[in-house]
Design a protein around this ligand. Structure first.
Ligand SMILES: Cc1cc2nc3c(=O)[nH]c(=O)nc-3n(C[C@H](O)[C@H](O)[C@H](O)COP(=O)(O)OP(=O)(O)OC[C@H]3O[C@@H](n4cnc5c(N)ncnc54)[C@H](O)[C@@H]3O)c2cc1C
Length: 474
């Protein structure tokens, strides 16, 4: 089958990859001139990379890790020490760590929490542990039911002291969905905690050794094209053209730079676009259908990613850092963490600014000035004197609608990959899969969509003819 896929983010590319494995021919059509969607990256005039987001790969990402294996690029993941490092706002320039020993789960996680005495007192740890018991006993079913509560509400319900939220979960909530615990659904945090506590290496983190566009998306494109598929940049879908029965007749591609519009036809069509542009593009006859109406419950959350180049080294830490700053979320000195960005003499900090709703419309200069004021607290030894570290240059990337905002009650609005339209499927991190809005979620959704398409074809052809070979879904 020829399958037209709208969008070359991780979900669209993974879907195309698994379709080629199943013997189909995908054609991926990407609106922009760059691969990767929310993992897209660009090179500036000095040859330095800057990215849509600071991206961390976790041990708890089975589908992503399997994809690296299948592409034979596992050596591109730079695994870091098994620890989580938090800034200590009361004592600027210092850190507190949760070190995971080399023991089976959940013992390694429990030891990591019990050994950390900077952030939580023993009574706080015990009250939090007791609060978690229903999630541990009842597993994912309970975690899904808790989607009705924000994490702040859940902590109160479980009698967990407010300081636990302030010390640990503001940072975690901002890292997971770019919003605070009073906004985030409990399902998001409890899902992450479950994975981190149940899998020995679940919370172990890796950085890619270069830009995601070159080091992850390009190998996917090579894999797809070597097997007869196609990936086209600068091909924005303008409209889904319909047959009289409401099924898709073609994708209308907007002609750029004066070129004519073009119709791409296929046997099956997939939207790998984010939910916000998809909602705008839904054809009139589909809009009244309950399946598509549910998408109104989902909306992308704003986030800002900053890159700051300095004239000296600010830190030697080779890991992700939780800033615990009201302005910022996580950050890393990419000159230490990423092989291709390495520099022994100068730091390049990549920082996520979240929540970003009050900042997304401000100028880059205002955003950088506010960030620099925060860095004076994070690195007091390098600022505030005559010999302060100098900012050499910066890039600010704003994403006004990034991953869907995971407020309470969102799970019911996440659509399946199969739609009521026989030849039209959805893929993307917002579609229903158990890894929420993440790179792992995007890859898993792509695989699930490819499996659904392969299954539908299996129904149409005789068993002997169909030799569908899809990798199993962990
Ligand atoms: C700042 C930031 C930090 C993040 N950090 C992490 C992290 O540390 N770990 C993690 O796991 N995840 C992280 N994420 C989330 C992760 O990037 C996303 O979940 C994932 O990349 C989404 O992939 P996707 O394919 O579903 O969507 P997208 O990447 O959004 O892909 C959709 C594609 O569709 C294209 N498109 C849109 N409209 C059209 C059209 N009309 N025609 C053709 N194409 C179109 C877009 O250009 C885009 O390429 C982060 C995200 C951000 C923004």
């Amino acid at each position: 089958m020829r399958v037209a896929i709208a969008g070359a983010g991780l979900a669209g590319l993974a879907c195309a990859k698994y379709l080629t494995d199943a013997g189909h021919t995908p054609i991926v059509l990407e609106r922009r001139d760059v691969l990767g969607g929310k993992v897209a990256a660009w090179k500036d005039e000095d040859g330095d990379w800057y990215e849509t987001g600071l991206h961390i790969f976790f041990g708890a990402y089975p589908n992503m890790l399997q994809l690296f294996k299948e592409l034979d690029i596992e050596d591109r993941l730079q695994w870091k020490e098994h620890t989580m490092i938090f800034n200590q706002p009361e004592t600027p320039g210092t850190y507190s760590r949760f070190d995971f020993p080399d023991l089976p789960a959940p013992i390694n996680g429990i030891v990591a929490i019990l050994r950390n005495n900077d952030m939580l007192t023993w009574p706080e740890k015990i009250r939090f542990g007791l609060g978690l018991i229903p999630a541990i006993i009842n597993g994912q079913k309970y975690v899904e039911e808790m989607d009705q509560y924000s994490f702040s509400e859940w902590l109160k319900k479980q009698n967990v002291p407010p300081r636990v939220e302030k010390e640990v979960f503001i940072a975690m909530s901002k890292a997971l969905n770019f919003i605070n615990p009073d906004e985030i659904s409990s399902t998001v945090i409890l899902t992450a905690l479950n994975r981190f506590l149940q899998e020995k290496n679940g919370s172990k983190m890796a950085f890619l050794d270069g830009s995601p566009t070159e080091r992850l998306c390009q190998p996917l494109v090579d894999y797809i094209t070597e097997r007869g598929g196609e990936v086209r940049l600068n091909s924005p879908i303008k409209e889904f053209l319909l047959n009289s029965d409401g099924s898709v007749r073609g994708f209308l591609i907007r002609g750029l730079n004066g070129a004519e519009d073009e119709v791409i036809t296929a046997d099956t069509y997939v939207s790998a676009m984010p939910v916000d542009p998809l909602k705008v593009m839904l054809p009139e006859p589909w809009r009244g259908m309950d399946f598509f109406k549910q998408l109104d419950g989902l909306e992308g959350v704003p986030v800002i990613n900053l890159h700051l180049w300095f004239d000296r080294k600010l830190t030697d830490i080779d890991h992700l850092l939780f800033s615990r700053s009201p302005l910022l979320s996580v950050y890393a000195d990419m000159s230490n963490t990423c092989k291709e960005y390495a520099n022994p003499n100068r730091s390049m900090l990549e920082l996520v600014l979240a929540p970003a709703k009050d900042w997304i419309n401000k100028s880059d200069d205002e955003i950088v000035a506010a960030t620099m004021a925060e860095l004076e607290k994070l690195f007091p030894q390098h600022f505030g004197s005559e010999d302060s570290a100098k900012l050499l240059k910066y890039h600010v990337i704003k994403t006004p609608r990034s991953v869907y905002k995971a407020t309470p009650g969102r799970q019911q609005y996440r659509p399946s990959q199969v739609t009521p339209i026989a030849n039209f499927y959805l893929t993307g991190d917002y579609t229903m899969q158990r890894y929420l809005a993440s790179m792992e979620g995007a890859v898993l959704s792509g695989k699930l969509t490819a499996q659904a398409i392969a299954r539908s074809q299996e129904k149409g052809v005789s068993r002997q003819e169909s030799e569908v070979q899809l990798a199993p879904t962990p």
